[in-house]
Design a protein around this ligand. Structure first.
Ligand SMILES: Cc1cc2nc3c(=O)[nH]c(=O)nc-3n(C[C@H](O)[C@H](O)[C@H](O)COP(=O)(O)OP(=O)(O)OC[C@H]3O[C@@H](n4cnc5c(N)ncnc54)[C@H](O)[C@@H]3O)c2cc1C
Length: 338
């Protein structure tokens, strides 16, 4: 019998920033929580680590960060800039610190792989140390990331992004730099300054998945980013929010609920913003669906998804539309041409 079997108000699958943040808020409300993850939280570089300063402060985690006050956008070869207020962290630090905070508040942890669940019988199946275990749950939270089933950008839209942490200085210190590839909807890149004289460099793609590693290599050559590679990572980004994250006694959160802004690829701020309200409703035994559907987060994500899908439908001309609309948005949102 493993740790999984004890009585807990909430079994949370996934001890990354999503699962740990929600666990922290549930624990603050006096609920008991067990976190199950097949990996040690904080062991993988999952993202670029850019998080709006307000949301970073709300998470209240004492970890090194680089304060970025300028956003630079390259659209069709033209540069724009804007004042921003963001933190860049090492994603491993963020996951590790939020997980450790949950543990310090009383969460239990089991190294276990979730396999499936039966919502009516309120039972979930896990793999623990090579053996299957079926355990009863009161409420199951799935914060286990996003799983894509197909490659159809119309029905299962997602993007793939790859990331490296390298030694080096940014060409524009204190800035988040985004570069959109011209002509086709198949590439975007970023250079974020990280604490400790490092850079987070990455490439993402909405349509050209197999070429993504080569794209990052070429991007690094073009920008002469030759620093030593300290770590590599990446993953899949969902491009649509869940309509109904809660189904009875099972709730999805974070990437598992599509809480990612599809245009910028940001998910951390939505986790930080929504963990408290989700925990509030869940700890009171209510349904999060209505709360979610009427929230500003859901509205923003749904509108961005719609916008992106309109662009995807047009193939290369869709990318031209995307760039044209993005240029219009730079005017409306006060970006300055530089
Ligand atoms: C390259 C890249 C760059 C990005 N950059 C940014 C950025 O700069 N800013 C930003 O805000 N967002 C960014 N994102 C998006 C961000 O990474 C996600 O929104 C965020 O990781 C979601 O966190 P999560 O905890 O919901 O899911 P995840 O981080 O995917 O965590 C899921 C957890 O569940 C565990 N798990 C999975 N399956 C099981 C299972 N069957 N059983 C047990 N445990 C399981 C995993 O081990 C993991 O710990 C980026 C994404 C990528 C891929």
């Amino acid at each position: 019998m493993s740790e999984l079997n004890g009585q807990h108000d909430f079994h949370v699958v996934g001890g990354s920033f999503g699962g740990s943040s929600l666990a922290i808020e549930l624990l603050k409300k006096g609920r008991s929580v067990l976190i199950a993850d097949f990996a040690q939280p904080g062991s993988r570089v999952k993202c670029a680590g850019g998080i709006e300063m307000d949301s970073f402060r709300r998470a209240a985690l004492d970890i090194p960060h680089e304060h970025c006050t300028r956003g630079i956008l390259s659209l069709d070869g033209q540069l724009y800039d804007k004042k921003i207020d963001y933190a860049v962290v090492d994603r491993r630090d963020l996951d590790r610190a939020s997980f450790e905070k949950a543990i310090s508040l009383g969460a239990k942890f089991a190294r276990a792989k979730y396999l499936s669940h039966d919502p009516r019988g309120k039972k979930a199946e896990f793999l623990v140390g090579g053996r299957k275990e079926t355990i009863p749950f009161n409420h199951l939270v799935l914060s286990n990331g996003f799983r894509h089933k197909g490659r159809n950008i119309f029905f299962e839209p997602y993007s793939i992004a790859t990331v490296e942490i390298v030694k080096g200085q940014s060409p524009h210190p204190k800035s988040l730099i985004f570069i959109f590839e011209s002509g086709k909807m198949n590439g975007y890149y970023w250079i974020f300054p990280m604490p400790g004289g490092c850079l987070n460099i990455g490439a993402g793609s909405v349509t050209d998945f197999p070429g993504i590693e080569a794209k990052l290599r070429k991007f690094k050559e073009n920008y002469r980013l030759r620093g030593e590679v300290l770590a590599r990572g990446g993953g899949v980004i969902p491009l649509y929010p869940s309509l109904l994250p809660q189904d009875g006694s099972v709730t999805r959160f974070g990437n598992a609920a599509g809480m990612v802004q599809p245009i910028t690829g940001e998910g951390l701020k939505y986790i930080s913003r929504n963990s408290q309200p989700f925990a509030q409703v869940l700890s009171e035994g209510g349904s999060v669906n209505l709360r979610w559907l009427t929230s500003g987060s859901f509205l923003k994500l749904a509108l961005s998804t719609f916008f992106l899908r309109v662009c995807f439908c047009g193939g290369n001309s869709g990318m031209s539309l995307y760039v044209a609309l993005a240029k219009l948005a730079t005017k409306l949102a006060d970006w300055r041409r530089i």
